[in-house]
Design a protein around this ligand. Structure first.
Ligand SMILES: [Zn+2]
Length: 292
C-alpha cells in the first residue's frame, strides 16, 4: 500500500491510476478487501485460492468451483457506472480537505449531475458507516454551533433563522463526533454526552450551554468563560472542536454553498470520517471499500 504514496506521503492521481488502471483491477481489489483472494471457501471449507472467471464479475474456488461475486449486495451491484469511475470518486472524497460537490463530480467524472449527486451521497453514507463508533474517552471538548442557512437581516450566531444546530465532541488529540441537535436544552446535550463519552472523562465546555449536570454525572467538568473573553483556563479550552467548526463551515460555503438541515448529519459524518483518519489516506480508501 505504501508503494502507492509519493515521497511526501501523498496519494497522487498518477499513483491512483497506476494502482487501478481499469475495472478489472477495481474488481480484484473489492474481492481482496471483502473476501480475500486466498482463504477458506464458504462452500467446501478448504483453504483455497480464488481465480477470476473471465465470463462474469465473479471469482471461483480452485477446489470446488463455487462462484463468489464480490460486488453482490453492494452499491456496485446494479450500477451502470464503471467501477473505476466509482473508485476515482471515492479517491476524490478521501483526498480532499474541503469536500467534493456534485458539480465537481459531474465535471471530473463525465457523468450527469443526477448520477454525480447520487454517487456523492452514497459515498458520504459509506464514510459514515466506515467511521464506526467507540465511546470517546480521556479529555473531551464539547461545543455547539450553528451551521448553514443565510441569516436574513444580518442576524448571526445564536437565534439566527434558517440555521441548523450542531453539537460536537472532540477527544483531545483523537476522534471527533458531530451531529445535529434540535435545541440547546440540558437534557438534549446531556443525553448526547452520556451516549458518547466514557464515564469519568474530563470535559471542557464554554459557559453558554446548559452543561451544569455533567459534574453530577461523574465527569470532571471545566468551563471557559468566552463571554468574559477567557479562552483557556488551565487545561480547559474548546479550541480543537472550534477548529473543526471553522474547516466545516468554510468548506460548506466554498464547496456546497449551503447544506440543508435534512442532510447536515451526512455531511458532518463525511468530515469527521476524514478528520478521524487524516493520517492514512490509503486506509481510509479501503475502509470505504470495505463498507460497500
Ligand atoms: Zn470451494
Amino acid at each position: 500500500m505504501a508503494k502507492s504514496l509519493d515521497k511526501l506521503g501523498r496519494w497522487t492521481v498518477k499513483e491512483f491510476f497506476a494502482r487501478f488502471p481499469d475495472d478489472e483491477a477495481c474488481l480484484t481489489h473489492i474481492m481482496e478487501v471483502r473476501y480475500g483472494l486466498h482463504g477458506t471457501c464458504r462452500k467446501c471449507e478448504n483453504e483455497t485460492t480464488f481465480h477470476r472467471l473471465s465470463s462474469r464479475r465473479a471469482f471461483s474456488c480452485a477446489h470446488c468451483g463455487d462462484h463468489v461475486y464480490p460486488t453482490a449486495g453492494t452499491i456496485f451491484q446494479d450500477t451502470r457506472t464503471p467501477l473505476q469511475v466509482w473508485f476515482y470518486a471515492i479517491y476524490l472524497f478521501v483526498t480532499t480537505r474541503h469536500g467534493v460537490s456534485g458539480k465537481e463530480l459531474e465535471r471530473t467524472l463525465g457523468v450527469t449531475y443526477k448520477t454525480a449527486y447520487r454517487m456523492g451521497m452514497q459515498i458520504r453514507k459509506l464514510m459514515a458507516k466506515a467511521d464506526g463508533f467507540e465511546m470517546l474517552q480521556g479529555h473531551i471538548e464539547l461545543d455547539e454551533t450553528y451551521v448553514g442557512g443565510r441569516a436574513r437581516g444580518g442576524k448571526t450566531g445564536r437565534g439566527a433563522p434558517n440555521k441548523t444546530i450542531v453539537f460536537g465532541l472532540k477527544e483531545r488529540g483523537g476522534r471527533m463526533i458531530a451531529h445535529t441537535v434540535p435545541n440547546f436544552k440540558t437534557h438534549t446535550l446531556r443525553n448526547s454526552v452520556l451516549q458518547k463519552v466514557a464515564p469519568g472523562s474530563t470535559v471542557s465546555t464554554d459557559e453558554l450551554a446548559n452543561y451544569n449536570l455533567l459534574s453530577r454525572d461523574g465527569f470532571k467538568h471545566g468551563v471557559v468563560k468566552h463571554g468574559q473573553e477567557e479562552w483557556v483556563r488551565g487545561e480547559h479550552h474548546t479550541n480543537s472542536v472550534e477548529s473543526f467548526w471553522r474547516l466545516f463551515k468554510q468548506s460548506v460555503k466554498s464547496t456546497h454553498i449551503r447544506v440543508s438541515s435534512k442532510y447536515m448529519d451526512v455531511y458532518l459524518r463525511e468530515f469527521t470520517f476524514r478528520s478521524n483518519h487524516r493520517a492514512m489516506t490509503n486506509a481510509m480508501f479501503d475502509l470505504v471499500i470495505a463498507a460497500v
